[in-house]
Write a protein that binds this ligand. Structure first.
Ligand code: SF4
Length: 81
């Protein structure tokens, strides 16, 4: 599955990502920065996760919309087709 990383320390809490793709991103109630929903995370790290195929388009769209470009999507995944 494609991997996602958020450089949270540079987030400006603009709300674009969790508005565009609320199934995957949400606002951390403590610092108001974006984070990845628990079911998609790698372990306990709120900055990194894996995207199921049905959410790839919206996660990519959210990454494209981020005004500070801190959402990184590795769309290559494990397949070489
Ligand atoms: S779109 Fe980017 S800057 Fe805006 S809340 Fe999401 S991660 Fe933060």
């Amino acid at each position: 599955m494609p991997k996602v990383t958020i450089d949270r320390e540079s987030c400006i809490s603009c709300a674009s990502c969790w508005t565009e793709c609320p199934s995957f991103f949400f606002e951390n109630p403590d610092d108001s920065f974006s984070m990845i929903k628990e079911e998609f995370r790698n372990g306990k790290d709120i900055n990194t996760g894996e995207v199921p195929e049905d959410l790839v388009d919206c996660v990519q769209q959210a990454a494209d919309l981020c005004p500070v470009q801190i959402i990184h999507v590795d769309v290559k995944g494990p397949q070489n087709t």
